[in-house]
Design a protein around this ligand. Sequence first.
Ligand code: SF4
Length: 468
Amino acid sequence: MEKLQLRDLIVPGAKDDDYISDVAQTKRALELWTMEPGFQVAFLAAPEEALAAHGLSIDAQSLRILVCKEEAEEYRNFLPEELPQTAGRYRGFIREKFRQRERMVRSDCVPSQPAFRAWRTRQLNRCWAELGRKNGAMIHAPLMFELNLGCSVGCPFCGIAAGKLQTVCRYDEENRTLWRGILSYMKEFMGSAAGSGTCYYATEPLDNPDYEKFVRDYFEILGMVPQITTAVSMRNPARTKALLEELHRMEPAIHRFSVLSLDILHRIHRYFTPEELLYVELLPQFPEAPFCRFSNTGRAHEMGEGQADYDGDTISCISGFVVNLAERSVRLQTPCAASAAHPTGEYFVARERFSDLEDFKRVVAQITETFLKAELPKDKPVRLRPGIEYGMTEEGISFCSRKRYQLKFSGSDDIHPDIYQRVLTAIQTGGSPREIAVALLEEDISPAYTFFILQKFELAGLFLEEYE
Ligand code: SF4
């Protein structure tokens, strides 16, 4: 079979109307499959009729490949280019999204400031052991902004347990000057990664009547569009639509609507065409939706009576600074497995208030100096992170956790596996890197090897940070 010609869609000037419509309609059919009770039964009984009832004219067999176990299995090892046209185009779009996310993790979100970069890498690596595969979906953004304090929506499942809306930061002259100053300073501080985050976190972006004005400055100064997730897309649909169009003109990107009820899903589908929602993921967050799943953190954990175990979940995806403009505060935080000690799956490293731009710079510098270490301190005890098991192997060492994480360190011609093992044994004495190196020198192991191995372990997130 001739291979499909696939094209990227999350790029400026993507214009092939038939192609876009094919992907957008497939996306809508999948939204029905995952959220509309009864659609699955109707589709399986009479595919074309079920699609037509929602104004969709895509190839039903392609949809079966995307949703039905049997067909999916048949085409499991096919590249998107090798699938029937509609299925292939949709899978190509998903592949493009994955590539973008990977680029965010590996490049766009990486701060240029050395100590911050090293800390973020350690957190990202730590999360593989703590969160398992879920970590693959997390970008570990280095900087996010909140333009409000609290959230008006009050979702009963809120994974970060956002408090009630208390205040919003209006775009007046004083706040505008502060905002632009903060954006410029953070760009100077961490480079282009400053633009890889969002203008919401534990907030609803559209609670702020001036959200659009803040975002224009963000784009002008940082050169990127902040991704938006809103739970109130239909509060003022004309505003939502205009905002999406404006964001798309700045730079094509993927945004999200949280769908809080079946009625809201119907209203969204009536108001927006499939093509208008091509770049907007709809997240099923109401119990009747066949694919609704709440992360077991924050209020969702409290909701689920009898869910004694947290399962190590989180919805947080920032390893960096959250700047709240309404409260004038800065926090440094990173995801962690939710637990009684960290019920929202967030580890708060620092939280400080600031009064003006100069004070903001002072706070960021102080947090950086205190908590973000570029290198393993040579004189502080090294402590292996609990929850990670290790064992000696023929090649060297293997670490694993209950999240199906496994990390192996293998010896080479230069460093024999035995040296890895002896460094690991020495760590358990609780000494500092310098003390470990001195002890191992007596066994004829060069300190250069010892420090090299300790740094590898540290970068892998295997050691507790000083503040933990
Ligand atoms: S999930 Fe989002 S919209 Fe809902 S309460 Fe939490 S922050 Fe607000």
